[in-house]
Ligand binder design. Sequence first.
Ligand SMILES: *C/C=C(C)/C=C/C=C(C)/C=C/C1=C(C)CCCC1(C)C
Length: 256
Amino acid sequence: MGKLKIIVIALVALIGISSNAYAEVAFLQPDDFVGFTFWLVSIACLATTAFFFLEYGSVAPAWKVSIAVAGIVTGIAFIHSMYMRNIWVETGDSPTVYRYIDWLITMPLLSIEFYLILSTVRKVSSIIFWKFLISTLVMVLGGYAGEAGYISSFLGFVIWMVAWLYILYEIFAGEAGKLCAKSANIAMVKAFETMRMILTIGWAIYPLGYVFGYLTGGVDSNTLNVIYNFADFINKIAFGLVIWVAATANTIGSRR
Ligand SMILES: *C/C=C(C)/C=C/C=C(C)/C=C/C1=C(C)CCCC1(C)C
C-alpha cells in the first residue's frame, strides 16, 4: 500500500513537471474561456486519476479492477486534454484527431465498466464483455471513418447511431440490464442505473454539440470545445465517481 502511494505521487509529479514544460511555451489568457475549460478539465482529470489510484488500495478486492479502469480513463483523458489545451492556447485550434484517439480508448473502457461492476457481485458471461467492447469500437471507428472522409459522414453517423442504440438496449433491456435488475446489491444497482443514464444523456451531448455546430453554419470550434470539455466531466469524472461510491459502500467493514 505504501509503495503504491509512492508510485502514484511520483507519477503525478512527473506528469505535472512534463505538462509544465509545455505550459512554458504559451500562457493562458484570462479571457480565453475555451482555454479555461481545457485547463479545468485536464487538472480535474489529473486529480481524479490520483484519487482513484490512491483509493485502489482501500476498496474491496472485487472492486479494484473497476476503480483501476476508472483511473485509467481519467488518466488518458488528462493526457489528451493537456495536449489539446496546449494546442488550443498556442494556435487557437483543436485537432479533432486527439479527441478521437481519446474516444477510441476511453469509450470501450467506459462501456466495459458495466460488465466489471456486474462481475463484482456475481459470475457474468464473458460474452457480455465482448459485446460492450466490440460495439463501442464499431461506434467510434464508424464515427471516425465518417469524420476522416473514408466513408460518407452520413454512413459514419448511422453506424455510430446503430451501435449506440445497441449498447443502450444491452444496458436497459438486454442481458446486462436483466442481470442488474436481478441483483440484490443496492449500491451496485444504483451505480449501474446512474451509469446508464450517463451513457444515455451524457453521451448524447457529443452528437448534439456536433449537430448544433453544423446547424449554426459550420462547426463553431469554440462552442464545440466547451461542450466537449463539459461532457468529459460527466462522462469520465462523474462516471468514475459513481463507481467509487458503490465500491466504497461495498467495502464498509474492511475499510480503515
Ligand atoms: C469520454 C468520451 C466519451 C464518452 C465520448 C463519447 C463520444 C461520442 C458519443 C461521440 C459521438 C460522435 C461520433 C462517434 C461520430 C460523429 C460525431 C459524434 C460526435 C456524434
